[in-house]
Design a protein around this ligand. Structure first.
Ligand code: FES
Length: 166
């Protein structure tokens, strides 16, 4: 039985990424970035696999690096990645009520960041460099300026409706 059928992940893709980076310990961050791009997150099985494939690394070290950097997610991300800026300007101008409105609209309980259907994931990020537009929300790279709780609900409803029609 191949690794991919045992765990559900396509380890051939991981192998190609490792190969492209010459199995180099010093390229671990780049490898993790590329793997995350491929799977939209870093599955635990894949982190363990990387730790057994690169000389001089252990699964525990790879896991430690992956959890240290905020850019890496060990949870599956949604098709739509919502980033709520919680830098100072956005915080002062109400980013937390906007975040709470998002979580309420998506029925996300505390500690859950991705909806059960995999459509949305939500996270807070530090200053996005657009403080004049605070509070700022970014969805799949698109900037939504001066968000309010009501406005973000309309944005989310629009996405949900478009997805239903697609
Ligand atoms: S604090 Fe949100 S963009 Fe700067």
């Amino acid at each position: 039985m191949s690794l991919s059928t045992q765990t559900g992940f396509d380890f051939h893709k991981v192998d190609s990424i490792l190969e492209a980076n010459s199995y180099e310990k010093s390229k671990l961050i780049a490898i993790l970035q590329q793997v995350q791009e491929e799977f939209r997150y870093l599955p635990l099985d894949v982190l363990t696999y990387i730790g057994t494939k690169i000389e001089g690394l252990s699964p525990a070290t790879v896991y430690g690096v992956a959890t240290f950097y905020a850019q890496f997610s060990l949870e599956p991300k949604g098709k739509f990645e919502i980033k709520v800026c919680d830098g100072t300007a956005c915080h002062v101008r109400g980013s937390m009520p906007v975040l709470n409105a998002i979580k309420a609209r998506l029925n996300l309980k505390d500690g859950c960041f991705t909806t059960d259907d995999g459509l949305f994931s939500v996270e807070t990020v530090s200053c996005l460099g657009a403080c004049g537009l605070a509070p700022v929300v970014v969805i799949n790279g698109k900037v939504y300026p001066q968000m309010t709780s009501d406005a973000i609900k309309i944005v989310i409803d629009t996405i949900i409706n478009e997805e239903k029609e697609a």
